[in-house]
Write a protein that binds this ligand. Sequence first.
Ligand code: 5GP
Length: 186
Amino acid sequence: MQIGSIEEFQSKIKRVIITEEEIKSAVKKAGAMINSLYDGKPILLVSILKGSFVFLADLCKQITVPCEIGFMIAKSYYEGTQSSGIVRINMDLEHDVSKYNVIIVEDIVDTGRTLSDVVKLLKSRNPASLRVITLLDKPDRRITDFKADYSLFTIPDYFVIGYGLDCGEYYRNLPYIAEYSEGKDE
Ligand code: 5GP
């Protein structure tokens, strides 16, 4: 995807659905929840790249208990609409998860395929505990029974951009979440 002009770039941002202030306040609340839940236990925040990097950066600043940070790039393989259960790890964690209470940090749960596979994989490595926190949840599109332990916002079936989420690698740097406009004349 190539964006030809600033006008074209801006025309794809249909409308803001979650403001910077709303995100800030929800992230603060999520951090407080983590601080009270884990209280001194060794935490490993596992960011699933690339979409969760902005959320992770803000969330980890709200955490006041000792925590480490790891990154993973994972891709699920599907047979038709069904998850094959195979997840290809393009970049694996460096940590031995058996030593940690793992919190997977995700940008959005859509069909649920990626996270159900990543959870299956990390559980097979016997973490002390495992929870999933997601910035956004789009339950209308779910085709698995995956449910995150904590989601900051539930949204309708819109394709969204901003705050780490991209379209063709653009828009990750927007400080808010916006609905993406497919066409200029929408
Ligand atoms: P799932 O396996 O749950 O279908 O897909 C999760 C991944 O799909 C997310 O991590 C994200 O990269 C991508 N995705 C799903 N919905 C959206 C969306 O509305 N906007 C963007 N930018 N990415 C999405």
